[in-house]
Design a protein around this ligand. Structure first.
Ligand code: GTQ
Length: 345
């Protein structure tokens, strides 16, 4: 590739005139805008251990009443982007949210899409457009763009969940904003049970009103059972993985970020080819060793890590006598829509 001219090669008066006219020469920056072969990547392999963050989150519960926080969250920030940017990758925001017994996080709606992966505690719930979704360890609850949502807690122990949002992208697009609302009336609970059996959908004869997000809660007991039955029935399968999809059309359950659950069989080692998406791994059960991009992390239950794109990833179940389960988030749905998604072997 040719050496291109540098900014310093240009006379000072010419550079000043360009600046004066809000103009910039492309060639000095062309190789950084379009680096050869592989993008410039800010996302660093980063791991947030639950053991490390939990006491700090509990302390936030003592230091800041829920009324002063609205959402009591410690953001899992990737140092490669600068902590103040509060992003795990270029498109993914991660936060650990604490709700103590009796607390409420008031109703609002916003343009970014969110999901919650429940980490610990029982008795809390999120209400989304009147649908009450109980929270248990490993459940995935969606709050898609524009839908009213609030969190409450009738139990007796702290409840913690992992928030995953496409906030960095929506913010970058200058489309991120929130609307405050009034407490919602609960009008429904357990709607996900209508989709309990694959291959069978609710088909009312009249007044069929289809929501574009028909399923908001994916109970972990069901997801775990699917993984176990795939593992038992297809012992030769390369990876025991299920995707969280919209049960009405089989598409990704949200438009920008994609979600899946992976079971590592006892003693299993899984080599994942490099792909263009950064990936988030959250350990639901068991322990796994992850190595990628020169980093290696020991993941225990409730630990979360982020790995940049364009790098192969190796995962290994540390136990030889029981499975390990991981929740995975990436921006493959977005990259596929943009036409930039790729695999590299
Ligand atoms: O629970 O609605 O981590 O609005 C960040 C923004 C959680 C939420 C976050 C939010 C929420």
């Amino acid at each position: 590739m040719n050496e291109l001219g540098r900014l310093e090669d240009l006379p000072q008066d010419y550079r000043a005139a360009l600046t004066e006219n809000n103009l910039v020469p492309l060639w000095p920056s062309l190789r950084s805008l379009l680096p050869p072969g592989k993008p410039a990547i800010r996302t660093q392999p980063t791991c947030w251990s639950y053991r490390g963050l939990r006491p700090l989150l509990m302390r936030a519960g003592e230091l800041t009443p829920i009324e002063k926080a609205e959402r009591r969250v410690l953001v899992l920030a990737n140092p490669g982007h600068g902590l103040e940017k509060m992003q795990a990758s270029s498109t993914i925001y991660l936060g650990m949210q604490l709700l103590n017994p009796g607390e409420r996080a008031p109703s609002h709606r916003h343009t970014p899409n969110a999901v919650r992966m429940i980490v610990e505690g029982e008795g809390a719930y999120t209400t989304i457009e009147g649908e009450r979704c109980p929270m248990s360890r490993g459940d995935l609850i969606l709050t898609p763009t524009g839908m009213w949502h609030e969190h409450g807690h009738d139990g007796s122990e702290p409840v913690v969940w992992l928030d995953v949002l496409d906030l960095p992208l929506i913010y970058y697009c200058e489309t991120s904003y929130v609307t405050e609302g009034k407490a919602q009336a609960v009008t429904s609970e357990g709607a996900e049970r209508d989709y309990q059996r694959g291959g069978v959908l609710p088909a009312p004869m009249f007044n069929r009103s289809r929501s574009i997000f028909p399923m908001l809660r994916y109970p972990w007991v069901d997801v775990r059972r699917s993984l176990e039955s795939i593992a038992a029935r297809q012992p030769g399968i390369e990876a025991v993985q299920v995707a969280y999809v919209n049960p009405e059309n089989g598409h990704d359950c949200q438009r920008i970020l994609g979600y899946s659950a992976l079971m590592l069989r006892p003693g299993e080692r899984l080599e994942m080819p490099a792909r263009s998406t950064a990936m988030v791994f959250h350990q639901i059960e068991g322990g796994a060793d992850l190595s990628a991009a020169g980093a290696s992390f020991k993941l225990d239950a409730a630990d979360t890590c982020c790995i940049p794109g364009y790098t192969p990833i190796t995962l290994a179940n540390r136990a030889s006598d029981r499975p390990a389960f991981l929740f995975i988030a990436d921006d493959a749905p977005l990259q596929k829509k943009l036409g930039v998604y790729e695999f590299r072997n």
